[in-house]
Design a protein around this ligand. Sequence first.
Ligand code: BG6
Ligand code: MG
Length: 225
Amino acid sequence: MSSAININLNIKGLIFDLDGVIADTAHLHYKAWCQIASQWKFDLSVDQNEKLKGVSRKNAMQKIAKWAGKSFSEKELEDFAEQKNTLYLDYCESLSHKDALPGVVSFIDECRRTGLKLAVGSASKNAKIILQKLQIIDLFQIVVDGNMVEKSKPHPEVFLKAAQFLKINPSDCVVFEDSQAGIQAALNAGMKNIGIGSSDLLNCNAHIQSFEKYNLKKLSTQINN
Ligand code: BG6
Ligand code: MG
């Protein structure tokens, strides 16, 4: 147990997004969406893909169809989303422990040792499958995924559910997020947040490139400033 770490840490729980925060899967979502879009001769750009991060599969499908200037029925959109998911799950087939993003598992281990409560808050309906493949699902008290919420990020539902399960106040939680929708969801939930990866993320309390060499001491400096 490290008591020194708890001294400056005014929080009780951490909520991690999955894709692009814990798991190296964001590029696999993009690859699968590109394949769907290419059927309509539409090139999905990297910038457009940023706007899909953190967003539910259904909402992402609607956005891409709109950008491509396509008008589909609900049923057609559902079928395309299903096709995308089949491609995505194929890409995920070979995921294993090594596909956790650098440093994240040791950071989570440190958090566990200090007694912090830990949750995953993800828009993905595949979150539990991915965490099992990474062999880290047991590190979290609760995984709130896309099957458990009605409203997609930036709505705060996913994070509020996680905090409710952990029995802690939203203001005692820190969210780790790689998407703008997720940062906004954390703010809407009244939670502090740390942006991961892209330095273009707006409104984060603090930002880190990755969890490499990250620890609770660094987090305490970021959120207490
Ligand atoms: C989010 C990803 O975590 O989950 C999005 O950032 C993805 O790219 C969304 O669309 C839904 O995921 P899934 O696995 O349910 O299609
Ligand atoms: Mg993400």
